[in-house]
Each structure stands twice: as C-alpha cells, then as structure tokens.
Design a protein around this ligand. Structure first.
Ligand code: ADP
Length: 446
C-alpha cells in the first residue's frame, strides 16, 4: 500500500524549504521537496512521510502569497495530508502588511482551525522567543541587524504586536512558564484560548526541551506555523505515536549504482574555489570554461560536452567511474576580469547557460546518473534546464547539502542530484560526495 504523507509543509522560500526538509529527515522521515507548486500527477506518485512545497511567497503581494499557499495546501489535502505546516524564516521575516499573518489566517479559514500556534524559534541557531520577544542569540531581533533588512526590516522584536498588525483576529502569547508545564497543559491552554476567540498564538521557546513540549502538544493540530525548529520534535511526536517508522537515508542511497559523477560549478565563493582546488589536487579531471572564452567562441560549450563524453566513454571501457568536472568558477581576479570585459550580468548568464546546457546534454535519463551543481544561481539554472520538479532527500554529504533523487513533473526519477550553495561543504566536498554514493552502491551490490 502506498505510504500516506503525514505532514505537508508549505515554505515561503526555497532555502527555507531545504532547511525544514533536512529537519524532517533528522526526525527519521522520508521527505520529498517540490520546487514550486507540484502537479497532481507528481503528488499522486510521491511516497513520503512529509512533503515540502517550496514557494517564493515571502515578499510577494499579500493576495498572491495567499492564493499560492492555498493552492499548494489544496493539492496536499487532496492526497490525504492532514497536517499543514506553514514554514517561514526563524527571524519572522515579514512587514506590517504580511505575509505571515494573512497567509496563516487564510489557511486557518480553509482548514477550519480556530487558534493557530506559531513556533518561530530555532534555538540551535540562537533564535529564541521569550515573553513574545524574538532574540537572535543575545540581541533583540530589532537590534540584530534584521532591522536593516532590505525587503522586510524587522523593527519590533515583540512578535505578538508585530503579528497583530498583520492580522484581523486577536493574537495572544503562551509564555515559557506555561510551556515548561508540558504538552498536556499546553493543549488545555490552547483549547482555552480557542474558547476566547484568540486566532493566533506566539509560543515562547528557549530550548530544545520547550520544542519537544510543543511537538507533543501540536502533534494533532491540523495547522501549525513557524520556523524549522519545530519540525524534528513534531516528527518525533508522530513517531512516538507509531504513525511512521523512522528510516535513515541509507535506504534511498542503496538504490545508487556505480556511476561516474558529473560536476558543474558556477560558484565563485571562496569555499567552492578551495573545493575545486582540492578536487584537482586529489587527481580529479577538470575543464574550465571562462565566460570570456564562451563569449569569444560559443562552440567551446559543445566541445566541453564532447570532452566529458570522451572521459566517460574511456572510463566505461576501463570499468572505472571517476568523477568529471566542468567549471566556470574563478578567483576574485578572474571574475573581475570577466565582468570588466562583459559586464557582470552577461558574464554570469554566459556561465549559467553553458553549465545548464552541459547538464542537459549529459544527465542520463536512466535514473541512476549523478550530477552535482555548485552555486545557488547555477543550481537554479540547472534545475530548470533539466525540468526537475521535486527532490527526494537522501543522505547528507555535508550539513545542508544532501544527495537527492531528482524527479520530473510526472514523478519519474531523473537521476541523483546534489545542489550546493556557494559557501557550503567541507574542502573535500566533491570527493566525499562521490564516495558516499559509491559506498552505498557497493553496499547494495554486495
Ligand atoms: P554562489 O552560491 O557561490 O553565490 P551562484 O551560482 O549563486 O554561486 O553565483 C555565481 C554567479 O557567478 C553565477 O551567476 C555564475 O554564472 C557567475 N560566474 C561563474 N563563473 C564566473 C566567472 N568566471 N566570471 C564571472 N561570473 C561568473
């Protein structure tokens, strides 16, 4: 029988979605993250304990954010998901007009929830909420630098007051002293607030213990809202009730086969540059495509594809599976030189187009090919060129960078994909990534 997803997360941005997906995986859940609104065909085929829909609704007009969120929720509800988790940033990124309050109230209205608890805190990253005030480590939110955010300057750390401005209904606080009383007391308190027509509650949270209480208190709430901090305890509370069996991502990795990994990097972040140098020092095969070279002779892109294909063919003949890398990435001097000659937008575009064309030409459609894209923008270009609609989260290579199985809009497996943001990953990231799947494949074969 097909697995029924328990939690349906709607995240208001892509990296926030990746963050909460990792938190749910940590709770032993099988997780699929969709890129934008999922098609019904994709959702119907997904086997997961939690589905995370990544929207880009944080800073768009309020009504558009409401419409997209409700459409996403309807799609999840249609496949039987019963708990909605509206995920936003742990710094409560919003303005006096929204979008957190209006989106939450719209979800509450369609789901039929009287009182919604907001748990924004992420204690492990220093975000805690005390007496309704959000702290970033030892600083109040409005003294943490967030007051100067270009899109959503957070000028008030009092979340009850901040959320009230964005909302129609009344907002109340559940204090840390009440949270310390445990899950049963919290449930009673929430029921009492519902009786008093309180529409939303800010939940104090200063520790992992507080999060655990919230997880158990909210396990049967049809709608919860907050940062990613609540996700692991909430999953844990479902697991404690026997609603899913905890898995490790090794089960997914065991589907890997011995394959060479194609690596494409457009990231010019310091971390990536050292990772590329390390890869070369470890004997990795590389080819560099500078934006100036591409501008001067566009045929260098098909030539690069030929080069990779030759390497792969030679390896296949020799029974080897070493990784191959093409990169545009450059040092600060190289980037400046390219930008001076081409302008920064064109230099970036040339690199992104070249790398995503190479991805398209080389990503096998057999489902067991492997590709790594390094760089946030670069990853976005590769994902859209390959028609990736969702990612089934696999084993973590380094914190925040898992191997995933990329799925198309029909839910078919396209292949293994790892998307690395610029500054993520240890110096041996590229070699480590390959080894991780190789080891899983050997384990499975043996
Ligand atoms: P990161 O996550 O490290 O910021 P991104 O992919 O988001 O990486 O951004 C890097 C940008 O720099 C991309 O638009 C990419 O196309 C561009 N780029 C890559 N190599 C070069 C280069 N040699 N010169 C100029 N721009 C480059």
């Amino acid at each position: 029988m097909k697995k029924q997803a328990i939690i349906g997360v709607i995240a208001d941005d892509f990296t926030g979605a990746t963050d909460i997906a990792a938190m749910l995986v940590r709770g032993g859940m099988q997780v699929v993250q969709t890129i934008g609104l999922p098609s019904p065909a994709l959702l119907a085929g997904i086997e997961a304990d939690a589905i995370v829909v990544a929207l880009k609704s944080r800073s768009i007009p309020v009504q558009a954010a409401i419409d997209q969120t409700l459409t996403a929720w309807q799609a999840l509800a249609d496949i039987g998901v019963r708990q909605c988790y509206f995920k936003y940033c742990s710094t409560f990124d919003s303005t006096p007009a929204g979008n957190i309050g209006p989106v939450t109230e719209a979800l509450a209205a369609v789901i039929g929830v009287k009182t919604v608890a907001h748990i924004p805190a992420l204690p492990v990253n220093g975000r805690s909420v005390y007496q309704g005030h959000l702290f970033v480590f030892d600083k109040l939110l409005n003294e943490s630098g967030m007051e100067q955010h270009p899109l959503n300057p957070m000028t008030d750390a009092n979340l009850v007051r901040w959320l009230s401005q964005q909302s129609q209904g009344e907002v109340a606080l559940i204090t840390q002293a009440e949270v310390a009383g445990g899950a049963a007391a919290l449930r009673l308190r929430l029921a009492e607030l519902a009786q008093n027509n309180i529409a939303q509650v800010i939940g104090d949270t200063v520790s992992e213990q507080d999060l655990a209480h919230w997880g158990h208190a909210l396990v049967d709430a049809p709608l919860v809202a907050g940062g990613s901090g609540l996700a692991t305890p909430l999953a844990g509370a479902h697991a404690a009730l026997g609603r899913y069996s905890m898995t490790t991502q090794d089960t997914l990795a065991a589907q890997a086969t011995q394959q060479p990994t194609v690596m494409l990097s457009g990231s010019c972040s310091k971390a990536t540059i050292s990772q590329i140098e390390r890869f070369k020092a470890d004997g990795g095969m590389t080819l560099r495509l500078d934006p100036r070279t591409i501008a001067a002779d566009p045929t260098c892109v098909p030539q690069a594809i030929d080069w990779v294909q030759q390497q792969l063919a030679q390896q296949a003949a020799a029974g080897a599976t070493a990784p191959v890398m093409v990169y545009a990435s450059g040092t600060a001097e190289q980037v400046q030189a390219a930008q001076a000659e081409l302008g920064s937008a064109r230099a970036g575009q040339l690199a992104e187009d070249a790398l995503s064309q190479i991805a398209r030409a080389l990503m096998p459609t057999t489902g067991d090919g492997r590709l790594i894209a390094a760089g946030g923008e670069t990853s976005g270009a590769v994902v859209s060129q390959l028609g990736v609609a969702a990612l089934r989260i696999g084993p973590e290579i380094d914190p925040g960078v898992p191997w995933t199985q990329a799925l198309d809009s029909q839910g078919r497996v396209l292949g293994w994909l790892a998307l690395k943001s610029g500054n993520f990953g240890a110096e041996d990231f590229f070699t480590k990534a390959t080894r991780l799947l190789d080891a899983a494949a050997v384990g499975a074969d043996g």
